[in-house]
Write a protein that binds this ligand. Structure first.
Ligand code: SAM
Length: 228
């Protein structure tokens, strides 16, 4: 094997196996190359930090400042979307698309907020076309009819939180998330019962840490098998 044939830096297990036999017997079979991960519309930093903890390069972006210190761009998602990310996980606001707010749709169609809110979702999905692996997360919403049905529907109780909060995932080149800690009923609907407060909207939309960990551990590793 000549130096230019060396595949030690490859992400694929088959290539690394070959290199381990020939030029580097100590080469670990699990690919170590970090992914570049964008967490769109995230001010909590929860998903970003789950990827950082596993050695990936991750950035959160939101119009708001990040609540946890870490790599964060405060601004419009479209300012950073064209970067060559390996994976994007995006939480577009659901204010004008969630079916729980359907009674306001007529008024929002009159002043255009319904169209602008849903157009943001579509624009961001199209803006991710160059990104190999993509997940858009949203509650039950009109996106299912305006765009297409989600690829997966998850609940917090599948990931160690005894709660109900139906969450839809639209996936591109990503496997379904596998439940990491399925809990038995009873389940609460904690986020829907939060009383009025300045932080209610934020608390309602914050990603559950168990789901963030599942995304980072399963999709961080899934990149290798997809690439192979
Ligand atoms: C549904 S919340 C998602 C919260 C997220 N799950 C978290 O844990 O932080 C939607 C977020 O999108 C942000 N946002 C809205 N429009 C945006 C834009 N054009 N660019 C970046 N962030 C945006 C809002 O500030 C809000 O924090």
């Amino acid at each position: 094997m000549v130096a230019s044939d060396c595949l030690c830096a490859s992400r694929t297990i088959s290539a690394r196996l070959r290199c381990r036999d020939v030029c580097n017997p100590a080469l670990p079979l699990v690919a170590v190359q970090a992914m570049r991960v964008l967490i769109g519309c995230e001010e909590s930093g929860i998903v970003r930090d789950a990827f950082l903890a596993r050695g990936h390069e991750a950035l959160s972006v939101d119009l708001q400042p990040t609540r946890r210190p870490g790599p964060h761009y405060q601004g419009d998602i479209f300012d950073v979307l064209d970067f060559p990310w390996d994976l994007a996980i995006v939480h577009i606001p659901c204010t004008h698309s969630s079916v729980s707010g359907a009674k306001h749709f007529a008024a929002k169609k009159m002043d255009g907020r319904y169209y602008a809110g849903n157009a943001l979702w579509m624009r961001a999905w199209k803006g991710c076309e160059h990104i190999p692996r993509v997940c858009f997360e949203h509650p039950v919403s009109v996106i299912s009819s305006l765009f297409r049905k989600p690829d997966q529907i998850i609940q917090p109780h599948m990931f160690g939180h005894p709660e109900l909060k139906t969450t839809c995932l639209w996936l591109r080149r990503l496997p379904h998330l596998v439940a990491t800690q399925e809990l038995p009923p009873p389940y609460t609907q904690r986020v829907w019962r939060l009383g009025p407060s300045e932080t209610r909207a934020r608390e309602r939309s914050e990603t559950y840490p168990g789901i963030a960990d599942a995304m980072a551990s399963q999709w961080g590793a899934a990149a290798e098998s997809v690439a192979a």
